[in-house]
Design a protein around this ligand. Sequence first.
Ligand SMILES: Nc1ncnc2c1ncn2[C@@H]1O[C@H](COP(=O)(O)OP(=O)(O)O)[C@@H](O)[C@H]1O
Ligand SMILES: [Mg+2]
Length: 236
Amino acid sequence: MERLPFGIKRVDDALGGGIDRETIALIAGRSGSGKTILASQWAAEGVRSGDSIIYISTTFTEKSCRTYIGEMKFMKELYDRVNWRFVRIDARYFLPMTREKIRDSSLKTIGMPLEKVDRLIFDTITDLDKALHDPVLFRTALRYFAELCHENGITAIFVEEAPMVSEWSETKNLAETIIFTDILRVPEGYARGLRILKKYRHSHPLGYIPFEITESGIETKEGWLVRKDYEFVYKK
Ligand SMILES: Nc1ncnc2c1ncn2[C@@H]1O[C@H](COP(=O)(O)OP(=O)(O)O)[C@@H](O)[C@H]1O
Ligand SMILES: [Mg+2]
C-alpha cells in the first residue's frame, strides 16, 4: 500500500511511512497544539509529490493563512500550489442532510471535479460539529463526506479540536490513522508531544514523541515523553 509521508522523519517512521493512500486520517488535539502545522506539512509534501491538494480551512482568512502558513519554510515555493479554500460553515449548507446535499456543497467548496483531487484536508471538522449542533447529524455528514472521499480515491485528513464537542466522535471510527497532538505538563513547565493512537496494518509506538514548532514547522526531538506515575503495574 502506498504511504503518504509528512516529511517529518520520526513521525513517518512511526506510521510505517505515512498515511495510507485512499484512507482517512484524523489529527486531533487542543488549540495551539500543532494540528494545522502538521496537516500543512503533509499538504506541502503532497505538492512536492505532484498530488493535487485541497485544503479546506474553517478558521483562516486568505490573509491570515498566507502570512502564517505561507511564511513557514516548508511551504516556500509551494504555498500557491495548494488549493486553499476558506469557508465559514453554516448548517444550511448541509440541511436537509442527504448524500446529494453533502455532495453538492462539497463540490461547490472544492471547486474542481472530485476525481481530480488526490488529497483533501478539512481543518477543522469541529466547526461542522458546532454548526450542526447535533451528534447524529454530524456523524451522518462525516460519513457521507468520507464516502465521497472513498468513491473518488481521495486521501483525507480531518482535523478535530479536542476535547471533542461530541466526545470522541465518529471520526475515530472512520479514520484508519489517528494522531493526537498535545501540550504536556512536565517538571520544567510544558512540552509538546504527539502520539499515534491508531494505524491500521502497522504496529506503532504508543509513547508521546516530543517536538518543537519553529518557522521550519514541526521538529521532533529524541526520546519519549512518558508519565512519571502509573495507574497500572505488572504483577506476577
Ligand atoms: N514561526 C513559529 N515559530 C515558533 N512557534 C510557532 C511558529 N508558528 C507557530 N508556532 C507555534 O505553533 C502553535 C500553533 O500551531 P497550530 O498548528 O496552528 O495549532 P492548532 O493545533 O491550533 O492548529 C502556536 O501556538 C505557536 O506556539
Ligand atoms: Mg489550527
